[in-house]
Ligand binder design. Structure first.
Ligand code: COA
Length: 445
């Protein structure tokens, strides 16, 4: 037995004992994505007969837990989500239990405190070390701030979680209850890159200099871009989401291993992120890895902190971009699809950094189901955003936009020039329509 387990004495609880501590009107916040407490969340609905109006805030929920997926839970639980997944989308539309919380990721935890103080925080951690320190492992995006504010802190100990360093390290004394529950860690395998991903990746790679510090966002394209960056050298990582692509870059020798070989002022020599989501390979890479620090999202994603890296490059993707440069990355019309996450944080921070750049990379077109059930092609560069679409990145903050047909820079450009540049990288089939619409709307003048 590890000497550190004595720090758990008097704090071990079963799922049922932990659930017995939850009361009507409680406000629960749980850890993000692969760090979420699945045993507790999987049984939360069992206390529905005795509770009402329990709020549960999640971010990127990995499973369709009954407490929000089951319409019968309405009134017992209210689910607030900082970032929708397919399960949260379905619950919003069909169960009516789930509502999106608009947020910039670096403010998510702090803004939650302004709205509602959590009474309970629940997350996951590694087993304690010999001194009683556990690691919050796969996310410290908002977890530290919210657990510090909660009355009751419950952590599930999962021995399959990687022991990460940085703000993830916490002493068992700061936790009220531990549930010993080892289970498989949720995985998100990277999408297999298509030809158009490679074209986009190559266009971005041409514009990324050796010695840059990278943030690479969530979605198929950003992940494919890492494959095209493998000839780069002396890169650093200062990101929100740590992914398998970053392991590829490390193994390909792209990441600077000595602190002074690149322009970092903060945590030099470390690869920095706020959370990690990927495959077992990523989790094994992160385990006891002194080259990686997971730090609070209120710090990693603060544009002023990001700005202290030289040549910070931010690479994110979008659902649609209008001809003036407004970027929607989180909704399809009024239908919430995902979340703002750190897209604006990182795009703005990168442009504040010396020699920094932000890229919004998207396919020029996609197919959607038409009313007759057939799939039809639509342009993702549009004259106007779909009514109800949320603006994720303001047009004043947009920099480079890339599709498989080219890369253009919008920063500082007037609308007339933005229209011309964006049409030049739209799918050729849609260019005449975009030009006609731009003329009709008075955007090309
Ligand atoms: N209109 C309608 N549907 C669209 C669309 C549009 N303009 N653009 C894409 N879609 C559909 C796609 O066809 C696809 O449908 P399918 O699931 O039926 O195939 C679906 O929406 C997802 O598109 P895809 O391009 O595969 O998305 P992705 O998984 O690569 O994620 C974002 C892209 C933009 C949703 C994602 O990156 C995101 O949420 N970003 C915001 C947060 C962020 O950037 N954070 C940065 C730090 S991590």
């Amino acid at each position: 037995m590890n000497a550190g387990t004595s720090h758990l004495d008097g704090k071990r609880a079963s799922v049922e004992e932990a659930l017995a501590r939850i009361r009507s009107g409680d406000s629960i916040v749980v850890a993000l994505a692969a760090a979420e407490p699945s045993a507790l969340l999987g049984s939360l609905h069992t206390i529905a007969p005795r509770v009402r109006d329990v709020t549960v805030a999640t971010c990127l929920p990995m499973q369709a837990y009954p407490f929000f997926a089951d319409p019968a839970m309405k009134g017992h639980f209210l689910h607030d989500a900082w970032f929708f997944t397919p399960a949260a989308r379905k619950a919003h539309e069909e169960a009516g239990t789930t509502s999106y919380v608009p947020n910039h990721l670096h403010r998510a935890g702090l803004d939650r405190l302004a709205y509602q103080r959590p009474t309970v925080f629940a997350g996951t951690c590694t087993p304690p070390d010999r001194l009683g320190y556990v690691s919050l492992s796969l996310s410290v995006t908002y977890e530290r701030e919210l657990m510090e504010a909660a009355d009751l802190v419950i952590l599930e100990i999962n021995e399959n979680l990687p022991r990460t360093y940085g703000d993830a390290i916490l002493h068992a004394d700061d936790v009220d209850l531990f549930i010993e529950h080892s289970c498989a860690v949720p995985e998100l395998p990277p999408a297999v890159p298509e030809e158009r991903d490679r074209l986009i990746g190559a266009l971005i790679a041409e514009r990324v200099e050796d010695g840059s510090t990278l943030q690479i966002g969530i979605g198929g394209i950003p992940n494919a871009v890492t494959a095209m960056l493998q000839s780069k050298r002396d890169l650093a990582i200062h990101t929100e989401m740590f992914t398998d692509g970053m392991v590829d870059l490390f193994e390909a020798g792209c990441i600077a291993r000595t602190p002074h070989s690149y322009g970092r002022e903060v945590l030099t020599g470390k690869m920095v992120g706020a959370f990690a989501l990927g495959t077992r390979r990523l989790y094994d890479f992160l385990h006891r890895n002194p080259a990686v620090a997971l730090m609070r999202g209120s710090w990693t994603n603060d544009p002023n902190v990001i700005a202290r890296n030289r040549k910070q490059v931010s690479i994110n993707t979008a659902l649609e971009v209008d001809l003036t440069g407004q970027v929607c990355s989180e909704s399809i019309g009024p239908r919430q699809f995902s979340g703002t996450g750190g897209q604006a944080d990182t795009a703005i921070g990168a442009q504040m950094s010396e020699g920094g750049k932000s890229f919004i990379a998207l396919y020029a077109s996609t197919t959607v189901k038409a009313a007759d059930g057939a799939r039809k092609a639509i342009s993702k560069i549009v004259p106007q955003l779909t009514p109800g679409a949320a603006v994720t990145l303001h047009r004043s903050d947009v920099d480079h936009v890339v599709t498989e047909f080219g890369a253009v820079r919008l920063k500082g450009a007037p609308v007339r020039e933005r229209v011309r540049r964006l049409i030049s990288i739209a799918h050729p089939d849609f260019r005449p329509w975009l030009q006609d619409e731009a003329d009709r709307l008075g955007l090309s003048r």
